[in-house]
Design a binder for this molecule. Structure first.
Ligand SMILES: [Cu+2]
Length: 477
């Protein structure tokens, strides 16, 4: 009762109704409706512009009668998680039941590079998917050699379900199974992760997305395609088969749903479809500015919920800081193969070593030849840049730093890189191969006639600056 008093102070029933809250929601808030989570499903957003929404209705909904469980295809359109998988569920007595098994998982990051990670149900970053208003019961079995817990990141829950070892529950010892149960009163792109020995367990991969679809989405908030991608970073020394969770700064494997390019599966969409991409980041240390070529998208939500449309932001790069999700939406109007990647240049490389002297502009002479007498694997880093020198792995269980084959040569990217493939008229979404450019729509070698037409005189193009790489100035190593 006192909660209701404090809630209504200064906010008249008429004002709530006038602000767009439905009569049913208002009735439930005032205790006259039947007590289901309906109030929370309809209620949030009742605050006016500039008002912080009161979440007392969410709290009440935690303890109210849940709405019926949702079914994919009928009550929500399931997300697609390229290269990843969904945690299976079943409905028991009106409750959606999941079972997470924390366990070691072999993960192939890209061809040639495998490591033994920690994840759930044989997957790294699997997806939990549910519907707002339903009740979930989530078993967590610990098959790891040390204790664990599971925290529901961004999900509104009773405190004892929050999953922080020591603070809100006992850590789950190896071999034991704990049970979490709560109503899903809010919706959004949430996450889950280990909250015990986080450095080790998150560092080894124990994170996932928790997608809660809205019970009553607004008509303009539905999309044709809904992708979910979890970002992560790892330290895996060439030849090692275990990621090193002690790493704090020098990560060398960057993944989308636990894959590095060229192993990332493309996002395949039909021209004209409205596309949503949900990006989560629970990597250990780094924020990732994810850039999509060609398109300007709207940034529409975080793990805290949907932004009001007045706060949507057009952008081509969305920063996804550690511990958050960001959701972007756009209409895929332009066919092609469009890169989507982290814009940190070292995050689109795999197993990049940084402890080389900078050889750009340096003529190494016989350095490589001399060094290989001592170190057979020695390779001098490129003196004209590194674009085409990195396709070769030399150590078992290691990956080339860059590259996958493209239609026009080596794709000089690795790591946190994938491709949005937009095609006219497709009805199935398997990889359609490479985009074929219509005539006249491909950048080509300019001819002398082209340059003459536009007044470019080849004799007046500036010559290279003389430097140490010119033969006369080169120091002999
Ligand atoms: Cu990055």
């Amino acid at each position: 009762m006192s909660m209701q008093h404090s809630h209504t102070r200064g906010v008249s029933r008429r004002k709530l109704l006038a602000s767009g809250m439905t009569a049913g929601a208002a009735a439930a808030m005032f205790g006259t409706g039947d007590r289901t989570v309906q109030a929370a499903v309809e209620g949030p957003g009742a605050a006016g512009i500039g008002e912080i929404p009161d979440t007392a209705d969410l709290r009440r909904a935690l303890y109210a009668r849940p709405l019926p469980p949702g079914l994919p295809g009928r009550d929500y359109m399931p997300v697609e998680a390229p290269n990843s998988g969904m945690i299976p569920w079943k409905i028991m007595d009106g409750v959606k039941v999941f079972h997470l098994v924390a366990m070691e998982v072999w993960n192939e990051f890209c061809p040639g590079l495998k490591a033994l990670c920690w994840g759930y149900n044989g997957m790294i970053h699997p997806v939990l998917e549910a519907l707002q208003g339903e009740r979930v019961r989530i078993y967590v079995t610990n098959r790891l050699p040390e204790a664990t817990t599971t925290h529901w990141h961004g999900v509104y829950v009773p405190c004892g379900m929050d999953g922080l070892a020591g603070l809100t529950q006992k850590a789950i010892p190896p071999g034991e199974t704990y049970m979490y149960e709560f109503n899903l009163v809010d919706h959004g792109t949430k996450m889950f992760h280990s909250h015990f020995d986080e450095m080790t367990q998150i560092g080894l991969g124990m994170t996932g997305l928790f997608i809660i679809h809205p019970r009553n989405p607004a008509p303009n908030r539905t999309v044709d395609r809904d992708f979910a991608i979890m970002l992560h970073e790892w330290r895996i020394d060439p030849g090692a088969w275990r990621p090193n969770p002690l790493e704090m700064t020098d990560f060398n494997v960057f993944t989308m749903n636990a894959k590095s390019f060229p192993a990332t599966h493309p996002l395949v969409v039909r021209t004209g479809q409205k596309v949503r991409i949900r990006l989560g980041n629970l990597g250990p240390m780094d924020h990732h500015p994810i850039h999509l070529h060609n398109y300007s998208f709207q940034i529409v939500a975080s793990d805290g919920g949907e932004y009001p449309p007045s706060a949507w932001q057009p952008a081509t790069t969305v920063l996804v800081p550690v511990g958050t999700t960001r959701t972007v939406e756009f209409v895929a109007s332009n066919p092609g193969d469009w890169a989507m990647h982290c814009h940190m240049t070292h995050h689109v490389m795999t197993q990049m070593g940084h402890n080389f002297p900078n050889m750009i502009g340096v003529k190494p002479g016989r350095l490589g030849h001399q060094m290989r007498k001592l170190l057979p694997d020695y390779m001098t880093m490129g003196q004209t840049g590194m674009g085409m020198t990195m396709g070769m792995p030399s150590i078992p269980n290691s990956a080339p730093m860059l590259g996958g084959k493209g239609p026009h040569g080596l794709i000089d990217m690795g790591g946190m890189f994938t491709i949005l493939k937009v095609r006219d008229g497709i009805t199935a979404y398997q990889d359609p191969g490479w985009y074929r450019n219509p005539p006249g729509e491909l950048a080509l070698n300019a001819t002398a006639a082209d340059m003459q037409r536009d007044g470019i005189d080849p004799r007046r193009i500036p010559a290279p600056v003389p430097g140490p790489s010119s033969p006369a100035a080169s120091p002999e190593y």
